[in-house]
Design a protein around this ligand. Structure first.
Ligand code: ZN
Length: 135
């Protein structure tokens, strides 16, 4: 699963690396994470750290969907304005399919991070039964 583009990525834990390298990540989320990592590298000259992918227990959370549709990226190592600019660039470039946003910057409380998500209606090209999927 590794690609040269993953030079932009770091992983908080080996577990998260294993999750990223599994088949449980929605392909669209994978693309958006890589795109976000490129934008962060342009803004800061620093790689992106994935801090959370797969979770269980909350059916409303994109982290709990399979394939996983949610990813958290470290942002608490950036100035607030830099993190906000990063989020704004992602939001502008990647429309969400529906009423939510592809990116949320959680900038209150502990564990500030940038949350990325794709819609449950986002087609998975690995499947033949989703809109836009391979027939
Ligand atoms: Zn999240």
């Amino acid at each position: 699963m590794t690609s040269p583009a993953e030079a932009y990525l770091e992983f908080k834990t080996q577990q998260i690396r294993a999750e990223w390298e599994s088949g449980d990540i929605h392909p669209a989320l994978r693309v958006i994470v890589m795109f976000a990592a490129l934008l962060r590298y342009r803004l800061t000259g620093r790689k992106t750290t994935l801090t959370s992918l797969l979770r269980t227990g909350d059916p409303q959370s994109p982290h709990c969907a399979r394939p996983c549709r949610g990813a958290d990226l470290r942002s608490n190592d950036l100035a607030h304005l830099t993190a906000s600019e990063w989020a704004a660039q992602i939001k502008y470039a990647v429309p969400y399919l529906g009423d939510y946003s592809t990116v949320l910057l959680h900038d209150v409380g502990q564990g500030d991070h940038l949350h990325l998500q794709v819609s449950p209606t986002e087609a998975d090209p690995r499947k033949t039964d989703t809109p836009g999927g391979v027939k």
